[in-house]
Ligand binder design. Structure first.
Ligand SMILES: [Zn+2]
Length: 285
């Protein structure tokens, strides 16, 4: 902890009275450990002003930061059967869902909206890591299909911001079925001749990497994002080889051709607008 948390913050607290200084006034950068004023961190789109580390972003913020100033409209997503397997570990799945919903004010790990990006119509699906680790269950599969159908209806490109820890274990095989379903969603968009773009953000792992997340016409990633299928130890034990340093980072994947570009968060909106206009010109020709 720095002198800010140990000395300055308690000092401010005693000066103002404990209750008047909320805990979320300061954030600490997980990369360089510097303390950042929460308001400054929001202004910089949760990118550390000291070291440039891209921190995780909630799905509602992602939508707000992606569309033009004209705003966007969120669509309601189809309801899915609750807890199809009646799953229980230390806790019932229904309880975990209830807790996650209360904590995040989201229905599940995906939001879908439409609006303008760089003046072009676009449909955006944003995954929510804050909701049960962005795990892909039936609700995420339905959300992706709804987003794809909306893109086709509006003749707009589909952009998916991906962040996920993998499959929703509590939904078992139902969760695994979302892999082919999400691919069907990408096919709907591609068969309609519309661009499908993915932005891989930290972290992108498991089932999403093995399905729709790697099928973008253009694969974009945020700086430093960890992207992969399995964990380092699992791979090392399987291939019996030591893996290179940072092999799951966006920059490494870019150097080795697995993704097309690494784009800073502050440049993302402009880049998406430019890509849409380029892809649509080609389409018109
Ligand atoms: Zn930092």
């Amino acid at each position: 902890m720095s002198w800010l948390t140990e000395y300055v913050r308690p000092k401010i607290r005693t000066l103002l009275g404990h209750r008047e200084v909320p805990d979320n006034l300061w954030d600490q950068c997980p990369a360089c450990q510097q303390m950042i004023f929460a308001k400054d961190l929001r202004a910089s789109l949760r990118v550390c002003p000291h070291c440039g580390h891209h921190m995780r972003v909630t799905a509602p913020d992602r939508l707000a930061w992606t569309f033009d100033e004209t705003g966007f409209t969120r669509i309601e997503l189809p309801k899915v059967p609750l807890d199809p397997l009646r799953f229980r570990d230390q806790k019932r799945y229904t309880e975990r869902l209830k807790d996650a919903r209360e904590k995040t004010h989201l229905d599940d790990a995906i939001l879908v909206a439409h609006g303008l990006i760089g003046g072009h119509k676009a449909v955006v699906a944003a995954m929510a890591f804050e909701f049960m680790g962005g795990s892909m269950g039936a609700a995420v599969g339905e959300g992706l299909l709804a987003a794809a159908r909306l893109a086709v209806l509006q003749e707009a490109p589909l952009i998916v911001f991906v962040t996920s820890g993998g499959a929703r274990m509590q939904e078992g095989a139902v969760s695994l079925m979302q892999m082919p379903r999400s691919i069907i969603a990408t096919r709907l968009v591609k068969e309609a001749g519309l661009p499908f773009l993915t932005v891989l953000t930290d972290p992108t792992f498991g089932g999403v990497t093995a399905s729709f997340a790697m099928l973008g016409d253009v694969q974009i990633a945020e700086p430093g994002a960890e992207i992969g299928f399995a964990g380092t130890r699992v791979i090392e034990q399987t291939v019996r080889e030591k893996l290179p340093e940072g092999f799951r980072r966006a920059e490494y994947l870019h150097e080795h051709g697995a993704i097309d570009m690494v784009v800073k968060r502050s440049d993302l909106r402009e880049m998406l607008g430019r890509l849409i206009s380029l892809l649509r010109i080609r389409e018109a020709a």
